[in-house]
Design a protein around this ligand. Structure first.
Ligand SMILES: *Cc1c(COP(=O)(O)O)cnc(C)c1O
Length: 401
């Protein structure tokens, strides 16, 4: 038995000793991409606002017009919290993703927990990549279904688990993966995964938190990694996407067949038992999705990613195999990551220092994210500062040994 104050202090002290203690940085406003942090201007390479829509004046104006419909939705969607603007957004999401219908959720975390728990339970199996986002993992654990994991992006290891689940019994199998991995930036081999799902009668669920808006196909340029992999509604039946990343607002959606959306409306507890999305957010999202289609933001993002990778390669920086807006630099040691990120901040750049338990032990990293708002000069500036900081680390390590 421990008194609460002592329990809290002991756990916090442990976190600090492990170099894993986290604290907030307080920004004055959304980075556009410059952010005011404690009175200092920093160029942010840490936000998920890949298309620059969070700070877009037309999105903000749309939110303000939406606020005239009410500051809040006043009830859950199934009571009286579902407005015409919500329906308009769902229709827009269905159009952009090339799916029959869509359903709104309060956040991506809630969407993942709600969808998994609506679809599988005791007697079923949920199969997940080891590097899946925490919300998919938590959703799987909560569901009561057998929980099987496989080595990141390893199709043989995945097949072993699917076979194991199928041989075990008659329960349903849900395969849930990130389309784009949030801390690594690489994409899942979705086409092969869809083939395996067909072979083992498993249902494929793809989390498009970092794919939606940022990538797609010729026909559906903003539909995410499922579209980029050539998968339609039959081969990728359950698509979850967030509205707080490339869409610049907040909230999330699931897109799929009319039957899937009807089912989730009846059975997804995180949809049913929570207040509807504020109308201002829904209105902001509608405008954001229109702007995605109207402006060449995605082309600019793709050009910035290519520029970053080309310049980083010239400097000999250790890049990961990522074609997405997420470009991590894995340094391994928590202390090094903290020192380098502090050095970058001193040079005017804000970069995420990502440590366990967000990533596996020994893989602490800088998570650099690119946006259509970044200029080539800003990217050059970041890379030069990064190169100097890493050089200093190398020299210090040389002196120490
Ligand atoms: C951010 C994120 C989520 C959660 O979305 P929120 O809307 O922020 O709750 C889910 N999955 C992945 C892969 C994410 O990166």
């Amino acid at each position: 038995m421990t008194r609460l104050p002592e329990f809290l202090q002991a756990r916090l002290a442990e976190r600090r000793a492990q170099q894993l203690y986290r604290s907030h940085k307080t920004l004055a406003a959304a980075p556009g991409p410059v952010a005011l942090v404690d009175g200092r201007e920093l160029v942010a390479f840490s936000s998920n606002d890949y298309l620059g829509l969070a700070a877009h004046p037309e999105v903000i104006a749309a939110q303000q017009r939406g606020a005239a419909l009410g500051a809040g939705a006043t009830a859950s969607h199934l009571v009286n919290g579902h407005f015409a603007i919500h329906q308009q957004l769902q229709d827009k999401i269905a159009e952009v993703t090339g799916r029959e219908a869509a359903l709104l959720f309060g956040s991506g975390y809630m969407a993942n927990v709600g969808v998994i728990n609506a679809l599988v339970g005791r007697g079923d199996t949920v199969v997940q990549d080891k590097l899946n986002h925490a919300s998919l993992i938590d959703g799987g654990r909560l569901s009561g279904a057998q929980y099987l994991r496989f080595i990141h992006n390893d199709l043989d290891a995945l097949e072993v688990q699917l076979r194991r689940a199928r041989e075990k019994g008659t329960g349903n199998i849900l395969l849930a993966v990130d389309g784009v991995y949030s801390m690594d930036g690489d994409t899942a081999p979705l086409a092969q995964m869809a083939t395996l799902c067909a072979r083992y009668d498993a249902w494929l669920m793809v989390d498009e938190a970092h794919g939606f808006g940022a990538m797609g196909s010729d026909l559906f340029p903003h539909a995410g990694s499922v579209a980029a992999a050539g998968l339609d509604q039959d081969s990728a039946p359950i698509v979850m996407g967030t509205l707080g990343k490339a869409a610049g607002n907040a909230g999330a959606f699931v897109a799929g067949s009319k039957a899937l959306i009807d089912y989730l409306t009846q059975f997804a507890r995180t949809y049913i038992y929570t207040t509807g999305m504020p109308p201002a957010i829904a209105a902001g999202c509608v405008r954001a999705l229109e702007l995605m289609q109207e402006l060449p933001l995605q082309q600019t993002l793709v050009a910035r990613i290519a520029y970053f990778r080309q310049r980083a390669a010239v400097l000999g920086l250790p890049l990961e195999a990522s074609a997405s807006a997420i470009q991590p630099l894995v340094l391994g040691c928590e202390k090094t990551v903290l020192r380098v990120s502090e050095a970058l901040q001193a040079s005017g750049y804000l970069v995420g220092a990502i440590r366990p338990p967000t990533v596996p032990a020994g893989t602490a990293r800088l998570r650099i994210t690119l946006s259509a708002l970044h200029s080539e000069e800003q990217i050059d500036g970041l890379l030069n500062a990064l190169n100097s900081a890493l050089q200093r680390e190398k020299n210090a390590a040389g002196e120490a040994s």
